[in-house]
Design a protein around this ligand. Structure first.
Ligand code: BGC
Length: 415
């Protein structure tokens, strides 16, 4: 088995808010402090200061690509004010990656937005797209030799938040468009109420995604003008949905709002990022929640290493674009299971490639055990991080993935 073409990229991925620490000027930082039952990112993995260690471990293991994000809220700390020092910081990260022989894949926005925008409605503010494009223009000044630039990470997950806010406005629940409104409501909510609300997030429709599609297209136009050599795309959360018997139509409907509208909007991009973890059924009432099962991962998702193959096949059929697997991994405390999951996912990837999918690389989520959006328990990392000393301890899965990379997949053996 060796479907991986020469030059196939092998690496891992992280995001700024989940690893840097003290990302104080963002909507998420504030939200963490006010939602009952949510843990804080705090110092995170202190990668803001220790990114060179992270990259060194990745490169020494035999991997050749690192995906990380740069933080809008740090680069533009106040509306209209650019931090040259922070731009220089992220430029040093790119230089460090290149010095280690790593191909940098840079995400411009990975979930978090600056507080100054969040305070006036976030993505629902009238000028959100314009302000994002201002930032993209500034960010482009440090990206000249970055081969892959991602505009937005998982617009479909961000659309889910927009849908939630909209539902809250009409239903009068504790969620609100502004952070001040959220704080007021959260003060009276219990941890159980928050958990219940999160469990019952409404399914987004295509409408909820329009602002992100507009932002992506506007950012792409700017990047094409300023960085003609960069490949520009976005990364989609691929839920690998499948129909319960006789519910094909419902599947098509749900999948359109959750995923396909974003795959369609990728037309004209240079590549598309596939991000798959688990698979989920769609029945008469829409998404069927993952039933409790002993093999569920630490996020409660079903153990489905076949999700990657499903996601790649669907994305390829829908877009015909070159694919970069920008995230795939498992939240588990059992590193042997991480290896087993990844091996099976990669064999599925080979099957999809054998059938024609043009896949250019595989980036595992995540390099580090990092902040999982309100929780520290779900560990996705190839490397453990001591949260008081920040000492990094590579897990066997890092060496294993490095060996797969060195052999360009030969290590996977026959299925
Ligand atoms: C996100 C990551 C997240 C991961 C695991 C993706 O939705 O891009 O930020 O940590 O999945 O849940």
């Amino acid at each position: 088995m060796n479907a991986f073409p020469p030059g196939f990229l092998w690496g891992s991925a992280t995001a700024a808010h989940q690893t840097e620490g003290n990302n104080l000027n963002t909507d998420w930082w504030v939200r963490e402090g006010m939602m009952p039952g949510m843990e804080s990112s705090g110092d995170a993995c202190d990668s803001y200061h220790r990114y060179d260690q992270d990259m060194r471990l990745l490169a020494e293991a035999g991997l050749d690509t690192y995906r990380f994000s740069i933080e809008w809220a740090r680069i533009v700390p106040r509306e209209g004010q650019v931090s040259r020092a922070l731009l220089a910081h992220y430029r040093r990260m790119i230089d460090t990656a290149l010095a280690f022989g790593l191909t940098p894949v840079v995400t411009l926005l990975h979930s978090t937005i600056p507080l100054w925008l969040a305070e006036r409605g976030g993505w629902q503010a009238d000028d959100a797209v314009e302000r994002f494009v201002d930032y993209v223009r500034v960010a482009a000044t440090i990206l000249a030799d970055v081969p892959y630039v991602i505009t937005l990470n998982e617009p479909n997950m961000m659309a889910q938040m927009v849908a939630a806010i909209e539902a809250a406005r009409s239903g009068g629940q504790w969620r609100s468009a502004t952070l001040a409104g959220q704080a007021e409501a959260a003060a009276s909510a219990t941890a159980d109420e928050v958990r219940e609300a999160v469990r019952n997030l409404p399914t987004p429709t295509a409408e909820h995604g329009q602002v992100f599609i507009a932002a992506h297209h506007a950012a792409r136009a700017v990047l094409r003008e300023l960085l003609p050599a960069a490949r520009v795309g976005w990364t989609i959360a691929n839920p690998a949905l499948y129909a319960a018997p006789e519910h094909e139509n419902r599947l098509r409907e749900v999948r359109y709002g959750m995923e396909d509208v974003y795959l369609e909007a990728a037309a004209g991009d240079d590549f598309i990022g596939v991000q798959a973890y688990s698979a989920q059924e769609v029945g008469a009432d829409g998404l069927v929640p993952h039933p409790p099962h002993p093999t569920n991962t630490l996020t409660g998702a079903a153990y489905r290493p076949d999700a990657l193959e499903m996601a790649v096949r669907h994305t390829w059929a829908m877009t015909g674009l070159p694919i970069l697997v920008t995230e795939n991994g498992i939240a588990t405390g059992d590193d042997e299971l991480r290896i087993a999951y990844t091996r099976e996912a990669l064999r599925g990837l080979v099957a999809a490639m054998d059938d024609g999918a043009d896949v250019r690389g595989y980036l595992h989520w995540s390099l580090l055990d990092n902040f999982e959006w309100g929780h520290w328990e779900p560990t996705f990392g190839l490397i453990a991080v001591d949260r008081s000393t920040f000492v990094r301890t590579p897990k066997p899965s890092l060496a294993w993935l490095g060996a797969v990379a060195r052999g360009n997949g030969a290590e996977l053996g026959q299925p």
